[in-house]
Design a protein around this ligand. Structure first.
Ligand SMILES: Cc1cc2nc3c(=O)[nH]c(=O)nc-3n(C[C@H](O)[C@H](O)[C@H](O)COP(=O)(O)OP(=O)(O)OC[C@H]3O[C@@H](n4cnc5c(N)ncnc54)[C@H](O)[C@@H]3O)c2cc1C
Length: 222
């Protein structure tokens, strides 16, 4: 087994060697849209992806594109959802289309990381006055019971309407917990609705209701 690795990298300051035990390399992903004859029939592309609307229609309405070829985020659940939306559209069924502001983004590392919607910075940049709620895993009975006390839920709300704008979780089961916040965001739930929804004890999701209350200074366990 290799014990040490030397990686030679080049950046604006020149070339340098970095010694490490392990190298994790993440290569980029690009759409495989060459040699499909898109140019010949005039299907529009943008930055290497096929340009589509929220229903998957290209500029030639009867031609659809879904999945990685139709642009970021390049994720399996996005591809699958886009497929359903496009088929509904073709079959003449009502469908809201893809809402790119409501796509869960999950990293299956330890601790897990999961997000949906806007970050605090993005919400402010969009002109929202925000209220932020945070709740750590450490005081949660479930976190103590399963020995997973490292973690936090952060929720971003619009101050005026109270609407959930974004949610970010780091910790055990973060990729499972993000689902309820996806529903909350899709239904334009407010901090009050999240805070007043009874969450079972002991569960990690108690951090969601606590963070919602914390944002508007009514948390019981802050
Ligand atoms: C290593 C890795 C890990 C990943 N992990 C995750 C994850 O944990 N969660 C997640 O959400 N996403 C993950 N993804 C991304 C996810 O796999 C893709 O977003 C998803 O597969 C896209 O689906 P798709 O149908 O658009 O494309 P694909 O799944 O790539 O399917 C395209 C198909 O078209 C075929 N094809 C290509 N060209 C032609 C042609 N000319 N004629 C006929 N057939 C053709 C290909 O062979 C392939 O079968 C991962 C990707 C990689 C590479």
């Amino acid at each position: 087994m290799v014990k040490n690795v030397t990686v030679t990298v080049s950046d604006k300051d020149g070339q340098k060697d970095i010694k490490a035990e392990v190298v994790l390399m993440a290569v980029g992903v690009q759409a495989n849209i060459e040699n499909l004859g898109l140019e010949a029939i005039g299907v529009k592309t943008e930055r290497g992806f096929i340009a589509v609307n929220e229903f998957g229609n290209t500029n030639i309405e009867s031609i659809y594109a879904i999945g990685d070829v139709a642009g970021p985020p390049l994720l399996a659940h996005v591809a699958s959802h886009e497929g359903i939306v496009a088929i509904d559209r073709i079959a003449g069924k009502a469908n809201h289309g893809i809402d790119k502001t409501n796509i869960p983004s999950c990293t299956y590392c330890q601790p897990q990381v999961a997000s949906i919607g806007l970050t605090e910075e993005a919400a402010i940049a969009k002109g929202h006055k925000v209220k932020i709620g945070r709740f750590p895993f450490r005081p949660l009975g479930k976190a103590l019971a399963i020995g997973e006390t490292e973690g936090i839920v952060k929720l971003i709300f619009d101050e005026r309407k109270g609407e959930l704008l974004g949610a970010h979780i780091i910790g055990s089961e973060a990729t499972e917990m993000i689902a309820e916040l996806g529903i909350a965001k899709a239904l334009e739930a407010t901090w009050e609705e999240l805070h007043n929804t009874m969450h079972a004890h002991p569960t990690l999701s108690e951090a969601v209701t606590e963070a919602a209350g914390q944002a508007f200074d009514v948390a019981i366990h802050s």
